[in-house]
Write a protein that binds this ligand. Structure first.
Ligand code: ZN
Ligand code: ZN
Length: 577
């Protein structure tokens, strides 16, 4: 088994720890020991999370979401917070200081979710076991037979799981109720289609197979039973899907970890949108005739920009060349980064571009999948969604969005020097804590920051068309923040949201509607991209001012990434010290 070595190391540490008398813990060595014991205990409380990151010791456990479990989680958080108090942060290394804060935030955040946010009461879509069971069938971390035996043991608890879920629900939002019904019903195919196929290939004997199928039947009944129950639920006072200012502010504090308040970030996004419009209009005036001939310019500047964007979007690759074009661009991006001395790239860590595996559902067009912290030697994949099987209209619309300009920006964001490069750096500053609970705002902010940084450094030859399309892409990020804040704090209506996205961010109707739906189902996360981006730009400007001629972009990037996926405000403190 892959994890045996990890467990052996942990066991040894415990022996050492037990052998020495209790004394005030303050050094990095002590803290490292404590972190290991923290993680080992954490997995016992959150076995589902353990499985999802490749730690499979507790795969057969399904946590029942009832009061006992929630109380156990709160008690665990409180106990660990108490243990943290033993350490004097100022005596720890930079890496351990940020780990300390990440752990503290994680523990406090969980207490807050259970006691204040209470989404376990109003979000029925939080209860869905289908994806985690699908993972057990699709991921080859162990033999199929071993995985199926764990699958079977875990399956036994599904009816109790959904019974507890139904007991938790009180005045759920209509939006999350609808989502819960469709996702749970849709997920059932794991048991009705994927499981029988896996059993065919397996070496399980017929008694084992029969028992597994009987448990699977009961699980499917429990899932449909939950969906039926939700459909018939009398819900005269549904909770508003809008989170409201007080909870939003707290959720933002726990998840985004910004030095600014949500209202401040919202104001920055509004200002940034204005600046982007100004820049786009100026470019559009300059290149209108080049692309539109003597077609008269519309009187409305934003309409003019939109028409130009639509015209430029026609330049795109053929559907069958989509993946090949991405593969071709990666070495070009690497060469540009090296030639311009933007950041050191480790040539020993190749990125593998591959067709998106079928089980990844095909929602995102491109994504990075990184080896988990328990699989350090695994490949990093750039998953590219295949367009085969799509209608030609769907292909065309998709390719216009990922046209020749935007495709390059997407590759910068996902791969070099965006997510993939950041990942290589974060693996070099090994912190299990950061790879498990890393700050999403910093991760997304870095990828968004590199898009601009590459263009500023001359990527794309300063072509006005490239800048125009970049600005459109950056507007999406900016408007994600405006949308999320406005919907949850200011009561923005659906029509106002669609107007913002189509008229001011130049999105297609379908994209805008999808984004509206996402804003009704999630809170705060849509702000992470812009918040991280703006904080990195501000930090860079601050350093430029302070260091003057001594400022070196390459050094800044390498230093910034050397702390791992910590919140930007913490990295800022460590850099300035
Ligand atoms: Zn076309
Ligand atoms: Zn991203």
């Amino acid at each position: 088994m892959k994890n045996s070595r990890f467990l052996v190391i942990l066991t040894m540490l415990f022996l050492v720890a037990c052998g020495s008398p209790e004394k005030p813990a303050s050094s990095d060595k002590d803290f490292d020991k404590w972190k290991n014991s923290f993680i080992e205990q954490y997995w016992k409380i959150y076995p589902g999370h353990a499985s999802s990151v490749g730690f499979h010791k507790y795969d057969d456990i399904l946590v029942i979401p009832n009061d006992v479990t929630r109380n156990t989680q709160i008690a665990f958080s409180k106990r660990m917070l108490k243990e943290l108090e033993r350490f004097d942060q100022t005596t720890l290394s930079a890496g351990n200081q940020t780990d300390f804060q990440i752990i503290e935030n994680k523990l406090k955040g969980r207490i807050w979710e259970i006691q204040e946010l209470k989404d376990w009461q109003w979000d029925p879509s939080g209860y869905n076991i289908c994806g985690s069971f699908a993972e057990m069938l699709n991921n080859n971390y162990d033999s199929l037979d071993a995985r199926l035996r764990n699958f079977s043991r875990r399956l036994l608890h599904v009816p109790a799981y959904y019974a507890a879920a139904a007991k938790n629900i009180q005045n759920p939002t209509r939006e999350h109720t609808k989502l819960a019904i469709s996702q749970n019903r849709g997920g059932v195919s794991v048991f009705t289609t994927d499981l029988p196929a896996a059993l065919e290939r397996s070496g399980l004997n017929s008694a084992e197979k029969d028992s597994l199928l009987a448990r699977s039947d009961r699980a499917v009944k429990a899932i449909h039973g939950y969906a039926d129950w939700l459909e018939q639920l009398k819900n005269d006072h549904p909770r508003d899907f809008r989170l409201g200012q007080a909870l939003y502010k707290q959720k933002f504090a726990f998840e985004i970890k910004s030095a600014s308040s949500p209202a401040q970030i919202y104001q920055k996004a509004l200002k940034h949108k204005q600046q982007l419009h100004k820049d786009m209009i100026a470019i559009a005036h300059k290149i209108w005739n080049k692309h539109m001939g003597n077609r008269p310019k519309p009187g409305d500047d934003l309409v003019m920009v939109r028409q130009l964007i639509d015209t430029l979007s026609v330049h795109h690759v053929k559907p069958e060349n989509f993946q090949a074009e991405i593969e071709r661009q990666i070495p070009e991006l690497e060469k540009f980064v090296n030639d311009h001395k933007l950041i050191y790239l480790d040539p020993k860590k190749p990125l593998v571009v591959r067709r998106e595996p079928d089980y990844m559902a095909g929602v995102a067009g491109a994504s990075i999948s990184a080896p988990g912290p328990y699989d350090k030697n695994g490949n990093t994949y750039y998953n590219v969604g295949s367009l085969s099987g799509w209608t030609s209209e769907a292909q065309e619309s998709y390719l216009r969005e990922y046209n020749d300009y935007v495709l390059q920006i997407l590759n910068i964001h996902e791969a070099v020097p965006g997510h993939y490069t950041q990942l290589v750096y974060s693996n070099q500053s090994p912190s299990l804590i950061k790879s498990l609970f890393g700050n999403g705002t910093m991760i997304e902010g870095w990828a968004v920051y590199t898009e601009r940084m590459m263009l500023e450094s001359g990527y794309g030859n300063d072509l006005p068309e490239m800048w125009l399309m970049y600005y459109k892409w950056n507007l999406r990020t900016t408007c994600n923040t405006i949308l999320d804040y406005s919907v949850h704090n200011l009561g923005m209506s659906q029509q106002q949201a669609l107007d913002l996205l189509t008229k001011e961010a130049f999105q297609q109707q379908a994209e805008a509607e999808g984004k509206w739906k996402r804003a009704t189902l999630t809170q705060v996360q849509l702000c992470s991209y812009f918040t991280g981006y703006v904080e990195i730009i501000e930090l860079r400007d601050e350093l430029k001012k302070k260091q003057g001629n001594d400022f070196n972009l390459k050094q800044f990037h390498e230093k910034f990434l050397s702390f791992g996926s910590a919140p930007v405000k913490d990295i800022r403190k460590l850099i300035l010290e």
